[in-house]
Design a binder for this molecule. Structure first.
Ligand SMILES: *[C@@H]1O[C@H](CO)[C@@H](O)[C@H](O)[C@H]1NC(C)=O
Ligand SMILES: *[C@@H]1O[C@H](CO)[C@@H](O)[C@H](O)[C@H]1NC(C)=O
Ligand SMILES: *[C@@H]1O[C@H](CO)[C@@H](O)[C@H](O)[C@H]1NC(C)=O
Ligand SMILES: *[C@@H]1O[C@H](CO)[C@@H](O)[C@H](O)[C@H]1NC(C)=O
Ligand SMILES: *[C@@H]1O[C@H](CO)[C@@H](O)[C@H](O)[C@H]1NC(C)=O
Ligand SMILES: *[C@@H]1O[C@H](CO)[C@@H](O)[C@H](O)[C@H]1NC(C)=O
Length: 477
């Protein structure tokens, strides 16, 4: 607690001794919202209370003062038990013992929230794990929550080498999911500082935007809430926050929608490629569907992919896969998982375009397949250029099973790390080899983004495939 200047303290004590009918009892383990008011708000007696407070509007200008006297007797001016909760990004908290109860007094004007928690976890908080951006089109986007819980998969051990089936079962979905809601607005629509509080952010969702929330087992990190957004504005930088139980805030992340002419629809929810949630060079989805899913992706694409996966799994299953037999670090499950990600990334090309902030950030001419020594570069403004490769309608498609596409587009190449991960996780007899920058690797992969062009781990130009600011440099499976 911080001692207050005497004038303010005098003000507090005046409030604390105010008449009984203005006193409001705060409930424990619930969030109370007030459009205005000064209190005092009474804290019931409890051994350990986390008081959390939040400002609910940009114009809220309040200070939160707390006393460990519930207030029947006027506290003395020398009472050290009066302090202030300072706000940071519109939220603040204080933990203390209130054996005899206490009170919160609010000085100033504007709407706010007060919550008392006895669970050991504050009811208002800015959590550090971030939502994940899948991809966008001109008016749609796919976002994910952080993993809801990790999936425990027993490693295959001798003599039981059970690997995953071709279609990852999307069953066993969590029954007690966190209650997530999305806050989404054009980044330019909120100028100046604003509170990062659930009560403020929950009102920031464009009425034109529609949100379809579902659960998806995306990868080994576990189940996530998946948000399919529609009704967005083209070429716009959006800010997204995720709100849990309306008062735990995650974010922001930023992402941009593509230009109005962007020709590629979104593909997601493929049980054989559960990590795919991006735009592909395909005609509009059948039956006016919003996106392609496992049921509608053309079988010319999915059949060979599933066949490769089946055959690879058969080959892998012929090998003694237990940790004891193969490697202390990785098992055949890791090998199968990384192979699946790689196969999906190279079989299902991703469409993209330069971000509006860096419109010239792409190679105008595709490098010849034989060209050597290419890797990630920066432009004159020190912005890293994405691994974008132009494709004309006349260019033969990378994957011959891909239906003829009637627009030119730019392909976002897979990160070379999707390939090196297979190399690292799979037994040597598989004979998996990745191209390098010294050879002609950059004709088919983004090289030098995550790992350096020489292969030093995480020493590349960006250290990651995409960032929270909306930059996407290469496609990580
Ligand atoms: C309030 O807190 C002060 C300082 O921590 C302490 O001296 C005082 O006894 C407390 N009063 C009550 C009623 O708990
Ligand atoms: C092998 O492991 C799988 C998955 O862990 C399990 O479902 C199956 O019952 C096991 N089979 C045997 C024979 O232990
Ligand atoms: C989720 O939160 C919203 C908004 O706070 C609330 O209306 C809804 O009842 C909650 N749903 C569940 C399942 O808790
Ligand atoms: C929401 O998404 C799910 C799964 O992607 C789909 O089955 C459902 O039809 C969608 N609902 C609407 C209203 O679009
Ligand atoms: C998978 O193996 C079967 C049987 O050996 C073969 O007919 C098929 O062509 C293989 N699939 C691919 C994609 O190579
Ligand atoms: C989106 O806006 C944020 C905040 O101004 C900025 O930091 C970020 O770089 C922008 N993202 C893109 C891809 O332009």
């Amino acid at each position: 607690m911080n001692l207050l200047p005497h004038t303010l303290l005098y003000l507090v004590l005046q409030f604390l001794s105010a008449s009984a009918q203005t006193r409001l009892q705060l409930p424990l383990n619930a969030v109370s919202q007030f459009s205005s008011g000064n209190g005092p708000y009474v804290i019931p007696p409890a051994e350990q209370v986390i008081i959390s407070v939040a400002a609910c509007s940009q114009t809220t200008d309040v200070r939160f003062l707390i006393s460990n006297e519930s207030g029947s007797a006027t506290p003395s001016i020398s009472d050290p038990g009066v302090g202030e909760i300072f706000l940071s990004s519109g939220q603040g908290q204080f933990t203390g013992a209130f054996e005899n109860g206490g009170a919160v007094v609010v000085v100033g004007t504007g709407s706010f929230e007060i919550a008392l928690s006895t669970t050991g976890r504050p009811m208002h908080a800015l959590a550090t794990d971030l939502p994940l951006f899948g991809d966008s089109t001109s008016n749609q986007a796919i976002l994910f929550s952080p993993p809801l819980f990790r999936l425990e998969v027993p490693g295959p051990t001798y003599p039981n080498y059970t690997l995953y089936p071709v279609d990852i079962p999307q069953d066993g979905r969590p029954t007690t999911t966190s209650n997530y809601t999305l806050s989404l607005f054009p980044t330019s629509s909120l100028q100046g500082s604003f509170p990062r509080s659930g009560c403020f952010l929950s009102r920031q969702l464009d009425s034109d935007v529609n949100v379809n929330q579902s659960l998806w087992l995306r990868d080994e990190q576990g189940w996530r809430s998946q948000f399919l957004l529609g009704g967005l504005t083209p070429s716009t930088n959006y800010t997204a926050f995720l709100l849990e139980s309306s008062s735990i805030v995650r974010g922001p992340i930023y992402f941009t929608t593509k230009s109005a002419a962007f020709p590629c629809p979104l593909v997601a929810d493929l049980p054989y490629c559960p990590g795919v949630s991006y735009a592909m060079p395909l005609p509009p989805p059948p039956n006016n569907a919003e996106i392609y899913t496992g049921d509608t992706l053309p079988s010319e694409l999915s059949d060979p992919l599933r066949s490769y996966l089946t055959n690879f799994t058969v080959t892998l299953g012929s090998f003694p896969c237990g940790r004891d037999m193969y490697s202390p670090l990785v098992t055949c499950l890791d090998c199968q998982r990384e192979y699946r990600k790689w196969l999906c990334a190279i079989s299902l090309p991703r469409c993209s375009e330069p971000s509006p902030g860096n419109p010239n950030g792409f190679t105008a001419v595709a490098p010849e397949p034989t060209v050597t020594g290419l890797s990630a570069t920066k432009n004159q403004d020190q912005q890293v250029l994405s691994a974008l490769q132009p494709y004309q309608t006349s260019t033969p498609p990378r994957n011959s099973a891909l239906p003829q596409f009637t627009s030119s587009y730019q392909m976002l190449l897979p990160c070379i790390e999707t390939c090196t991960a297979v190399d690292r996780a799979c037994p040597a007899f598989i004979g998996f080899k990745c191209p390098t920058a010294q050879f002609n690797g950059a004709a088919s992969y983004g090289i030098g983004y995550i790992d350096s062009a020489d292969g030093d781990e995480k020493k590349g130009l960006t250290g990651e495939a995409q960032d929270r600011w909306g930059n996407v440099w290469c496609q990580l499976g």
